[in-house]
Design a protein around this ligand. Structure first.
Ligand code: KIV
Ligand code: ZN
Length: 509
């Protein structure tokens, strides 16, 4: 059986999802989890775009072992030098070079002709090879490029030293049959194709990212590029968990597998969703809340008689915890720690666990049953506190019929305690006006959503906000038994994300 390499780009293409910006610590946490998931390559960022991206790639390369760490560069020396600097301490480092090859991109974006792009590609690969013998070349918008030109580019970059050549469906335009034909065409026509791994990278604009990816595997692609939960530019990238489980579930059909430790999938999905604030839709394949829920009576009956009647995957294989309702006020620290690990928080320090345990005990006084979602929420609050510019301290709100809603909020701003009062059309508006005044933010609230995390009137309320400032969009969420407090915390979390250094050149490619 062929082993297909899994190249995870959650931290680069995934981060290009609107609002999914992550700070260095958050990226490091995800990278460690990706290493536990056993991906082959982590694309950790695009170092030339900002100091923050450079630092993230460097920290991951320095600290995360047992996996290849890669950074993206345009086909220019300064980008390549920057990636080389960021991955120089990696156990195994890769430089990933991208330049467009489609006529549309050449004419309107690059304003170059085919020969010039070919020469630039070769030069860039040669330059990268001075630093490492693991160089990936991506022909951006490959699926809208001329196939014979793509063959020439592939042949020449392999000659120049590229060890992986990626054929991205950058705009999610192709369809499975065509994409598999394109990969087969390259495998057939490029004389030195056996000297490199052919990689694929699909976007989901037509909802075909995963279908296209697995069809390319059937034609000989040896590496799949994907993201956790399918997050990514526009409609996202092909989802890692879906590709991996498709290959695993149909081994005879694909005769191909990956090295992924599937039992880490669920935890990874939860972590990425929590950190990016991008919730997973309930009906999402593999990791959605309903992926293993049987509603119809006939299905339930069949399932209870024999699981395989209606379930093609075993939830345990994906690492989905067996029970959801678990802890309460009599649960001890040990059970709490076990549960933390089961839902994806394995790398907490003892101090973080102790603080979270204290908050868990306090929550038990407010709520009888503590669900995984509750634990996740309180831990996320606890561990995101450290590196924050703003942190919530207290809130007092007056609201009701016949009076103007008013709020008094206390925040710590870079360690200094400050207080402000505000009024508004409703209690949330009053709180947000007070926070705006106190922090002097210019951001605009683009979206506000609220939901109960679990059942019951004592459920934690989760608030998600989307803020925009100077065309940067961030998304953040927070939860609390008091929905006005949750609203305040979500807003503050978003302001903290905005406070992370902005990018210096245009984001992404
Ligand atoms: O979609 C794309 O073409 C990319 C490249 C950088 C591989 O993300
Ligand atoms: Zn992409």
């Amino acid at each position: 059986m062929r082993i297909i390499k899994v190249f995870d780009t959650t931290l680069r293409d995934g981060e290009q999802s609107p609002g999914a910006t992550m700070n260095v610590e958050e990226k490091l946490k995800i990278a460690r989890q990706l290493a536990r998931l056993n991906v082959d390559i982590i694309e950790a960022g695009f170092p030339i775009t900002s100091q923050g991206d450079f630092d993230a790639v460097k920290r991951i390369a320095d600290e995360v072992k047992g996996v290849t760490v890669c950074g993206l560069a345009r086909a220019v020396e300064k980008d390549i030098d920057r990636v080389a600097g960021a991955v120089k301490n990696a156990e195994s480092g890769r430089i990933h070079i991208v330049i467009a090859t489609s006529d549309i991109h050449l004419k309107y974006k690059l304003k170059m002709d085919r020969e010039a792009v070919l020469a630039m590609s070769v030069k860039a690969v040669r330059h990268a090879r001075k630093y490492t013998n693991d160089v990936e070349f991506s022909a951006e918008d490959a699926t809208r490029s001329d196939w014979d030109y793509l063959c020439r580019v592939t042949e020449d970059v392999i000659k120049a030293g590229a060890t992986t050549v990626n054929i991205p469906d950058t705009v999610g335009y192709t369809v499975p049959q065509e994409y598999s034909q394109l990969i087969a065409y390259l495998m057939d026509r490029v004389p030195n194709v056996d000297k490199a791994v052919i990689s694929i990278h699909c976007h989901n604009d037509l909802g075909l990212g995963v279908a296209n990816s697995i069809s390319a595997v059937l034609s000989g692609a040896g590496q799949v590029e994907c993201t956790i939960n399918g997050i990514g530019e526009r409609a996202g990238n092909a989802s890692l968990e879906e590709i991996v489980m498709a290959l695993k579930t149909r081994p005879k059909f694909f005769d191909a597998d990956t090295r992924i430790n599937t039992r880490e999938i669920y935890k990874t999905s939860k972590m990425v969703s929590r950190i990016t604030g991008m919730t997973v839709q309930p009906n999402k394949a593999i990791v959605g809340d309903n992926a293993f829920a049987h509603e119809s009576g006939i299905h339930q009956d069949g399932f209870l008689k024999e699981r395989s009647t209606y379930e093609i995957l075993n939830p345990e294989e994906i690492g989905i915890p067996k029970s959801k309702l678990i802890l309460g006020k009599h649960s001890g620290r040990h059970a709490f720690k076990d549960r933390l690990s089961a839902i994806g928080f394995q790398s907490l320090t003892e101090e973080e666990i102790n603080k979270a345990f204290e908050r868990f005990k306090a929550l038990c006084d407010q709520k009888k049953h503590i669900f995984d979602e509750d634990i996740e929420a309180l831990i996320t609050d606890e561990i995101t506190k450290e590196s924050n510019v703003y942190s919530f301290s207290s809130l007092y709100v007056v609201s009701g019929t016949g009076q103007k809603p008013a709020a008094k909020i206390k925040l710590s701003i870079r360690g200094e305690m400050r207080e402000m009062e505000g009024t508004g059309d409703g209690p949330v508006d009053a709180v947000y006006n007070a926070i705006k005044e106190l922090t002097g933010t210019k951001s605009e609230l683009k979206k506000y959503e609220i939901k109960g995390l679990t059942g019951g009137t004592d459920a934690l309320g989760e608030v998600m906000v989307l803020l925009e400032e100077d065309s940067r969009i961030v998304r953040a969420s927070a939860s609390d038994p008091d929905i006005i407090v949750a609203s305040a915390k979500a807003y503050i979390n978003a302001l903290n994300k905005l406070a992370v250094a902005g990018r210096t050149v245009e984001k992404g490619v």
